[in-house]
Design a protein. Structure first.
Lengths: 1080, 438
């Protein structure tokens, strides 16, 4: 008795201490003490030698929470699942008081391993039932999944066997959805694999069934003669293999066709699955079609509209640390080689960071987690997208934390040195315990990203909420019916939390609840007020191992009147209802007098047609030669020239080839088609990689000759294949190579113009890099054609150039040269009346414009007579972050005195300055770094290049930097260029090429973008393949439009072929003709 | 551990009385054994790949030898002029120098440059020097010996630095070739190929890396009649039907410096000595069993580590020439997707077997010194949790090391047979060319 008393006292003090409220700007949560709420639940683990992190990989995944009103009293009740203790059910008594009814309600009292839990009306009787997933068939664990049927009087009867849902294996979570729209809830059961000896093999294993780990699909036939669920896994065509490490699940109408689809988040190497409902009892897995990459260790998922554009977006959680030291100490992305191997095994691109997949409305999803800074929340589980401050923008809540961090590199390399094979079974248990004890432990705070405007979120650091914890399953519900959403969190080795929403604001809300839950699942509510509209979907199972409120909650900010709501029932049947009061919960019944809505008509009327040219890159692995470079430089090009080669008045094309592929001349026919004109001399030069070209009259004979720049980063400088070529035109488009001594560099760009006004065209050739010496500037050349010979006007190391333009910027009658490139500013070289060029970058206001520029276009966009510059950069959707005060630095020196340049990049991430590459990668190039920092912990404290290399910045051979990553409009003025960032959508990816059109006095800028060839530390940048920017009057760019190109496009050039046709040239792919306003 | 404390304690108590006990310690070959063992432990801790580990052993050992040779030039021959690019080390002019201490000091000094964990090395060194001081080592002797040891170490290190090791750090990695016959990274970690440019490292005795090119490997063919296919299936079948003895042999000679285990997010690494490290261990056994004195002990290590060093270069030259695919890759692709070899496949091409080449070469060096009928109990792997094994001769041990790779499922028979021949050529050549004893 005394013992118990003491225990209570202790607990009391603990709770006093955690009764702290946290100010998150306008969003505030207060962790309620269990003493006040009566919520006496902890998911506490006890080490055993049979079951621990070494024996069961998901030992620390924790439990879940399910929310639902089991007794229909208007208050949502709570079910908590536990791993090694009995689950508990709590009745909501109002005012955030709860009563434990686990015993009286008839729950099992055993301590079998529970995972995910859902509350759904499984049998359609108007009372919520409970489905609990179990690890039921592993080591010393033996149980099966449970279905508690609600008897209507707050008691339950376990009926899983009766309904055919008593599966025993590795279940994570089930999702209930009406996949055949017959009015009852069917069930997708997500199971997970456990590791075999081999961590991964070929993805063909996906088609092999696994009875314990494979996912299953059950059709509800309770109302049919079977009176049970029927396993329809095979028929449904879902994967049922041991490849799936299913941890995240949500059912949502992902393609907006009125039928429920599924997103399954898999851990490790296996792709996430997006199952699109084929409306015939089958699904088609479509992750490759719908996304360009997903999170890798996907653990949680939610789907809701982030930007209030009417299309629901996807957020998935991963495990990227946000703390510099934890980040540098933890195993990171796969190497590029392993990534390549996984691709060959049939796995899609996955990156170990959270993903915010923005729904384009065009059946594609583009990750913007990097741009929105939602990508790193450490070891994360739940993701819940809801409006927690009723300001009408959906925020994102993320739980995180793991008790033991097995991916700590010091642990793996230095502490874990044990071979179990050498020990007796009796000794192994103790060894395992020692091993586990040595794994680092780190409690961290959960995250709340407050959504400010549909795109910007409050910074991660200020929005951390609560206190450090190991939080797993979580759910939201307005538990006290006060109009804001509270959070419920299941913690490991700690009390579960009720986080009462105590945000102070005057925002309005409205919520809805369906009278019949089982046949309303998946319904969407569109809410209209004035010119605003919002959409929400009735989804409960979401986040991680949990299910949230059955109410549909809208934050309304200051909206005080709802015009109407439109309910879109499954199968897109719509019902419009008016007359709702705000700041209330409203019950909705499905009426019969409703009509079937026509499918959301696609507003996409573009047409793409393959152009008969396919650029094929050869296999060259830059990273095998240069270990510390951030991107491949071998996949540049192809070259494109559009000009009239045969003098018939029609513009023909030259498209350059990659290495082992010759360039081709396409002659435009009168009917508008293009035909290849065979050019034996060009064909002979297939070994060169053509990265740029220009047509100009080199020999002043009245036709256009062709200058082709050789690049590819494979041939070193001065090697034969690095030499540029000039081909003379015979006037009919047949070219002959002119044996001339031209630059031997890894070229990038050619521009031609008459620099001295002597009537003969001169040219500039800019070089991309010095192969094997990334970072150093190669020579670029301004070459004057005297008519008799070529004279080098200038040979300078101008930078790692990507693009160039001749244009008379200062209107003195002589063309000036504007160039751009990597680790350099937009550079302006002013022509000194034909006698030479002087760098006037700073004078033109571009001194701080160092970026990773891909392209420049000179135009007068606002018709003010001053030339403006459109410049394409990396954009903001990158792990690279830079601005004037926090530049990215590239330190170039031979740090280990072995005759090779070692390029070392430092950048600012999570507010701290750190090395871009990991210790392992740096050590490969400079072994002495391992000697200096034997442990990862020491390395994680490196703050400067001097710390790392012993050389101060003053002593270093060359330092380059990046201060601007945004794609820009530089508006010309008398005081120099004024920068205007292009709209946020245009910053979602690299911009590679622009075209400027003026149609009826309106300027339209079209661009193509994306960039595949980054190291895995950055990942492919492919969240915007092309767009159109207008509204250059006030530069607000609110009228931005997508070009609706496939999101896999790695675009390099866009060229207008006719009034409504554009040629889109892709790297390592076909070229396409785009017709934007296509009428069938 | 306990014993060491006892010894130190004892010394502290009795140190001031026995003023020249340090002389006994410095004449005791165990002092050098201690230095070698310290280096081995750090090599294991720091995780060096087998070829790089052979380099970490060889230069400190050569430095120690060159010091000892100065003292015993009537017995031992200078390596200058025998090893590529090595000039005579400077003579000692200070009569206070204790050559054994200078040898040990030069050994530690170079080791420190080649390993990563300097703290561990310093601890090992300090422990020894503290002991010697407590045994009455005069400061003047110590300083003179250190000075000479460092002089020799500098000389050797300057020479070592010209072996192209630093340059090869930035040479290109192996680009995966997709054709069936070429080596590809292997499960579970799919690591990059180790040291594709090791042939660029300066050899010590061999004329060049390709001094002894083995005959080309069998043409990779999955035709059921082909000899290659027979050998592939031999690996598959042997591993599937391994008896306990064969499995024991394979595990005993695994010598994998970094064996990774994956259990979900949890990853562990078991670290062991390298194949070269195992032969350094056998050298310790042989020198002790033969009661070799201080200089004889260093001489044995010197011969063995030079053999190992050149044998690795010769072997790696062939590996990255023939680029032969590992059995695991082909068996998983064409025979049995779930097949896993007993040992983890090391991350470099198959042909020829490194253990076969280097074990044979090292065994020949030891045979030259200690004869062919030298039976011994191999206890090298005991501290890594493996049993002891008994051998009649060094060659007997090397033959078992070679065949163990077939039992382990990581080599075809051709790589073992030809590896032994290659190792024999390397070993015999070095035995013939390298003269350490007059």
């Amino acid at each position: 008795m005394i013992k118990i008393y003491l225990h209570i006292v202790l607990v009391f003090f603990l709770f006093i201490s955690c009764e702290d409220s946290i100010d998150n700007g306008p969003i505030k949560f207060k962790i309620k003490s269990a003493k006040d709420t009566g919520l006496d639940f902890s998911n506490t683990l006890n080490y055993s030698s049979e079951l621990n992190i070494i024996e069961y990989l998901y030992y620390y995944n924790g439990g879940g929470v399910a929310v639902g009103d089991i007794n229909n009293d208007g208050l949502e009740d709570l079910y908590f699942s536990a791993n090694q203790l009995p689950d508990k059910l709590f009745l909501n008594l109002g005012n955030l008081k709860f009563r434990d009814i686990s015993n009286s309600s008839g729950l099992n009292k055993d301590s079998s391993w529970s995972n995910g839990v859902s509350m759904e009306d499984v049998n359609g009787d108007g009372f919520l039932d409970i489905y609990v997933c179990k690890v039921g068939n592993y080591k010393n664990l033996s149980s099966h999944n449970l279905l508690y049927i609600n008897l209507g009087n707050s008691t339950f009867e376990e009926s899983s066997a009766k309904f055919g849902l008593d599966f025993s294996g590795f279940s994570t979570q089930a999702s209930f959805l009406d996949y055949d729209l017959d009015g009852d809830l069917d069930m997708y059961l997500m199971n997970h694999s456990v590791h075999s000896v081999r961590s991964y093999g070929k993805s063909v294993k996906r088609s092999e069934k696994d009875s314990l780990s494979g996912d299953l699909f059950f059709e509800n036939r309770i109302n049919e003669k079977e009176n049970s669920f029927i396993n329809v896994t095979d028929k449904s065509r879902i994967y049922n293999s041991s490849l799936g490490y299913g941890l995240a699940i949500i059912s949502s109408d992902i393609n907006d066709d009125g039928w429920p689809d599924l997103y399954i988040g898999n851990d490790f190497h296996e792709n996430d699955y997006i199952y699109i409902n084929n409306k015939d009892g089958t699904f088609t897995e479509s992750v490759k079609r719908l996304t360009t990459h997903t999170s890798r260790f996907t653990m949680g998922v939610d789907i809701a509209d982030i930007n209030n554009d009417g299309f629901r977006d996807v957020f998935t959680t991963d495990m990227l640390p946000y703390d510099k030291e934890v980040f540098l100490k933890s195993a990171g992305e796969d190497s590029d080689k392993v990534n390549q191997i996984k691709r060959e095994f049939g796995f899609e691109d996955q990156l170990a960071r959270n993903h915010l997949l923005l729904n384009s409305g065009n059946n594609s999803f583009n990750d913007i987690a990097l741009q929105t800074n939602t990508f790193a929340t450490d070891w994360s589980w739940s993701a819940l997208i809801q409006d927690f401050d009723n300001d009408s923008w959906n925020d994102i809540f993320v739980t995180n934390g793991i008790v033991k961090r097995p991916n700590d590199l010091d642990y793996i390399n230095f502490l874990s040195d044990v071979d179990f094979g050498n020990y007796m079974v009796s000794q192994q248990s103790n060894l395992k315990k020692i091993l586990i004890d040595q794994m680092p432990t780190l409690k961290i705070k959960n995250f709340l990203f407050k959504n400010l405007d549909g795109f910007n979120f409050t910074s991660t650091t200020s929005s951390q909420i609560g206190k450090p914890s190991f939080s797993n399953g979580a759910a939201y519900s307005d538990l006290d019916n006060d109009g804001d959403l509270d959070l419920i969190v299941n913690n490991l080795n700690d009390e579960a939390w009720i986080m009462e929403n105590v945000s102070e604001n005057d925002n309005n809300y409205i919520s809805f609840e369906f009278e019949e839950k089982s046949n309303s699942k998946g319904a969407k509510i569109e809410l209209y007020s004035g010119n605003k509209s919002f959409v929400k979907e009735y989804i409960t199972t979401k986040g991680f191992q949990s299910s949230s409120t059955h109410k549909i909650h809208f934050g309304l900010e200051s909206i005080s009147k709802i015009d109407s709501i439109k309910i879109i029932w499954p199968e897109n049947i719509q019902q419009i209802i008016t007359g709702f009061d705000i700041n209330h919960n409203n019950k909705i019944s499905r009426t019969l007098s409703v009509k079937k809505k026509s499918f959301k008509s696609s507003n996409i009327n573009t047409h793409l047609e393959k152009f008969p040219f396919k650029h094929v890159e050869n296999l060259f692995e830059d990273y095998d030669y240069e270990k510390l470079i951030p991107e491949k430089l071998s996949n540049e090009g192809p070259a494109l020239v559009v000009n009239d080669f045969n003098g018939d008045g029609l513009d023909d094309l030259f498209l350059g080839g990659a290495t082992y592929q010759s360039g081709q001349i396409f002659i435009k026919q009168i009917n508008g088609k293009y035909e290849v004109l065979k050019n034996p001399e060009i064909d002979k030069d297939s070994n060169y990689e053509d990265v740029d070209a220009s047509a100009f009259d080199f020999d002043s004979d009245g036709d256009l000759d062709l200058y082709v720049v050789s690049g590819g980063n494979e041939s070193k400088e001065l090697q034969p294949l690095s030499q540029d070529r000039i081909y003379l035109n015979n006037g009919k488009g047949l070219f002959t190579k002119l044996p001339l001594s031209l630059p031997f560099t890894n070229g990038a760009t050619i521009s031609s113009a008459d620099i001295d006004n002597d009537g003969i065209v001169d040219f500039f050739v800019g070089a991309r890099s010095i192969p094997r010496s990334y970072g150093l500037s190669p020579y670029s050349f301004i070459i004057k054609n005297t008519g008799k010979n070529l004279e080098i006007v200038s040979k300078q190391r101008l930078g790692m150039i990507t693009d160039s333009v001749f244009e008379d910027l200062n209107s003195d009658g002589f063309v000036d040269l504007i160039i751009c490139g990597d680790w350099m500013p937009i550079t302006v070289l002013i022509n000194q009346n034909g006698s030479g060029f002087i760098d006037k970058t700073v004078e033109f206001g571009l001194g701080d414009s160092e970026g990773l520029w891909n392209t420049i276009e000179i135009t007068d966009i606002n018709n003010d007579g001053m030339k403006d510059i459109l410049a394409g950069n990396v954009g903001l959707n990158s792990k690279l972050k830079a601005d004037l005060s926090k530049p990215i630095n590239l330190f170039l020196d031979d740090f280990d005195n072995n005759g090779q340049i070692d390029p070392i990049i430092f950048y600012t991430l999570f507010g701290k300055y750190l090395t871009f590459f990991s210790k392992n990668k740096l050590t490969e190039q400079i072994p002495a770094i391992k000697k200096k920092y034997i442990s990862y912990k020491e390395f994680s404290k490196v703050e400067t290049i001097e710390d790392l290399t012993g050389k101060s910045e003053d002593e270093i051979l060359e330092i380059k930097s990046i201060k601007e990553l945004r794609s820009m409009l530089y508006l010309g003025s008398k005081e120099g260029f004024k920068k205007i960032p292009l709209p946020k959508e245009a910053q979602m990816s690299n911009i590679q090429d622009f075209i400027v059109e003026s149609i009826d006095g309106n300027v339209k800028v079209k661009f193509v973008g994306n960039h595949y060839d980054y190291v895995t530390e950055l990942g492919k940048n492919m969240s915007n393949s092309g767009g159109e920017i207008t509204d250059f009057e006030n530069f607000k760019f609110n009228t931005y439009k997508s070009l609706n190109l496939p999101n896999s496009f790695n675009g390099r050039r866009i060229h207008k072929l006719s009034s409504n046709q554009y040629l889109i040239v892709l790297n390592n792919n076909h070229s396409y003709i785009l017709t934007p306003n296509y009428e069938k | 551990m306990k014993n060491r404390y006892l010894i130190i304690l004892l010394i502290v108590v009795t140190g001031c009385q026995s003023n020249d006990k340090y002389k006994d310690s410095l004449n005791d070959p165990e002092t050098f054994q201690y230095a070698i063992k310290s280096l081995t432990d750090i090599i294991v801790y720091d995780i060096f790949s087998p070829p790089v580990a052979s380099r970490v052993y060889v230069y400190p050992t050569i430095a120690a030898y060159q010091v000892i040779q100065k003292q015993n030039d009537s017995t031992y021959l200078d390596l200058a002029g025998q090893l590529k690019g090595l000039d005579r080390v400077p003579d000692n002019k200070n009569e206070k120098v204790n050559y054994n201490l200078a040898a040990v000091h030069s050994f530690f000094t170079i080791s420190r440059k080649l390993i990563f964990s300097e703290d561990k090395l310093n601890n090992a060194q300090d422990k020894l020097y503290d002991k010697l001081r407590s045994e009455g080592l005069p400061r003047s002797v110590m300083n003179a010996s250190f000075e000479y040891g460092e002089l020799v170490a500098n000389h050797i290190m300057n020479w070592a630095n010209k072996d192209n090791y630093n340059q090869t750090r930035t040479f290109s990695k192996y680009t995966i070739r997709n054709e069936t016959e070429f080596w590809k990274p292997t499960p579970p970690d799919y690591m990059d190929g180790i040291e594709p440019h090791w042939r660029e490292i300066r050899t010590l005795v061999l004329d060049s890396a390709d001094h002894f090119i083995p005959k080309p490997p069998l043409e990779v063919s999955l035709n059921s009649n082909s000899e290659f296919n027979n050998q592939l299936m031999e690996v598959y079948n042997i591993v599937n039907e391994l008896n306990d003895d064969q499995a024991g042999i394979a595990k005993f000679w695994d010598c994998n410096p970094y064996l990774s285990h994956h259990r979900g997010h949890a990853m562990f690494a078991t670290k062991k000595i390298t194949p070269g490290g195992h032969w350094i261990g056998i050298t310790a056994i042989a020198t002790r069993k033969s009661n070799s004195d201080f200089a004889q002990t260093i001489n044995a290590y010197t011969n063995v580590s030079i053999s190992l060093f050149d044998a690795f270069i010769s072997c790696w030259d062939e590996k990255w020439r023939s680029l032969t695919v590992r059995p695991e890759t082909l068996i998983n692709e064409f025979v049995d997707e779930k097949w896993v070899p007993l040992l983890q496949t090391p991350p470099f091409p198959e042909y020829t077997s490194g253990h076969s080449v280097i074990s044979t070469a090292a065994a020949l060096s030891l045979t030259k010194i200690y004869g062919d009928n030298f039976d011994f109990v191999d206890t090298t792997e005991v501290e890594y949790g493996l049993p002891i094994r008994k051998f009649n001769s060094f060659i007997h041990a090397s033959e078992e090391a070679a065949i163990s790779r077939l039992y382990g499922g990581i080599h075809y028979r051709m790589a073992i047979d030809e590896g032994i021949i290659q190792g024999r050529k390397v070993g015999n050549y070095i035995n013939e060319k390298l003269r350490t004893i007059k």
